[in-house]
Write a protein that binds this ligand. Structure first.
Ligand code: FDA
Length: 305
């Protein structure tokens, strides 16, 4: 019930306007993001690099519906890429299709995506496409496929959600493109017809999709903080007679930090998604919904003032 409430709150424009002004919310958010400015994200990426960990940087924001605002988002991503190159950082970017104007039309989002992927390509980096709620699934997959086919780009990766019943077929359809895929469990409120309601089914689907990509895909990012799942996948990799495809483990900034460091020390490729920007409310609500115990953390901050 708490999860449902938090996911409902993540879609409330009134709360998105009101709560972020509160000091106790701002200080609780700091646990999951290094700051609102570009320099904060770049600084965090540099710190991670010193520990042998790569980064993916994302500007928070979704459902951007004004063409001027979409252009500003694209300019901001171009600026991040420039600074990544200038700073010699092992960092990539991750974008949400509705941040690139998908609500204004697929062609708008495609044009911006191609622009960013071309820039990433010049500097030997990569652009990840996030997956939003299931109403955007088909358009997002089309954007990815068109980007790969149209420009022969292998510098673009797509996120697929293990909780979606459609993901095995989506992966099957994408495999001929030698895709780069990031698997996640899935963070949105979806109906049981669309997504598995039970955790154990989601975990099993993640394992099956992950191992299929390790066998047949181009490169796979296993994006989860679930240690049981991570160890199960590592065990599977160790048991293969032939080396598996390229893979890395991705986690979110501020979550299971000790685990991130341990995996890197043990020789795993680890990459951390760092979020920044002022539009953090819906994203933060989804982080709380993933682990309702985090709500106590917010409340503790409230009483501390
Ligand atoms: P699970 O929720 O089972 O958590 C496992 C353990 O991790 C928990 O027991 C807890 O210890 C810890 N943990 C997890 N979340 C926590 C939190 N918020 N606070 C504190 N501890 C926490 N989703 C999506 O729908 N579209 C997308 O594009 C992306 N992109 C993305 C990129 C990357 C790099 C990551 C790591 C995640 C995403 N996600 C996402 C989010 C994803 O769908 C999922 O909601 C979260 O990763 C949490 O699920 P876990 O796989 O960690 O497992």
């Amino acid at each position: 019930m708490i999860r449902t409430g938090l996911l409902w709150a993540s879609r409330s424009p009134w709360l998105a306007k009101t709560l972020p002004r509160r000091r106790f919310v701002k200080s609780a958010v700091r646990r999951f993001m290094p700051g609102e400015e570009r320099k904060d994200a770049l600084g965090a990426a540099k710190d991670l690099q010193e520990k042998g960990i790569g980064a993916v940087i994302t500007l928070l924001g979704e459902n951007v519906r004004s063409p001027d605002e979409v252009r500003a988002v694209v300019e901001e991503y171009r600026a991040i890429l420039t600074e990544i190159e200038y700073g010699g950082l092992d960092a990539q970017i991750s974008v949400k299709p509705t941040q690139l104007g998908l609500d204004l039309g697929e062609e708008v989002a495609l044009e911006h995506l191609l622009d960013l992927v071309a820039k990433a390509r010049e500097m030997g980096s990569l652009v990840w496409i996030d997956m939003e709620d299931s109403s955007y699934r088909e358009a997002t997959i089309r954007l990815f496929s068109r980007c790969v086919e149209k420009a022969d780009f292998s510098e673009v990766g797509l996120c697929l959600q293990a909780y979606l019943r459609s993901s095995p077929q989506d992966l099957q359809d994408l495999l001929p493109l030698s895709p780069i895929i990031r698997f996640v469990k899935g963070a949105y409120a979806e109906s049981p017809e669309v997504a598995f309601p039970k955790r154990k089914d989601v975990d099993e689907a993640f394992f099956r999709l992950g191992t299929r990509m390790l066998e047949e895909g181009e490169m796979v990012a296993l994006a989860t903080h679930d240690s049981v799942l991570v160890e199960r996948l590592r065990e599977w990799v160790r048991g293969r007679p032939v080396g598996p495809k390229r893979h890395e483990i991705q986690m979110l900034y501020g979550i299971r930090v000790e685990e991130q460091l341990r995996l890197a020390r043990e020789g795993e490729a680890v990459r951390i998604l760092i979020s920044y920007g002022p539009a953090w409310f819906p994203w933060y609500m989804r982080r709380l919904a993933e682990r309702p115990a985090n709500v106590w953390f917010v409340l503790k901050n409230l009483f501390r003032g």
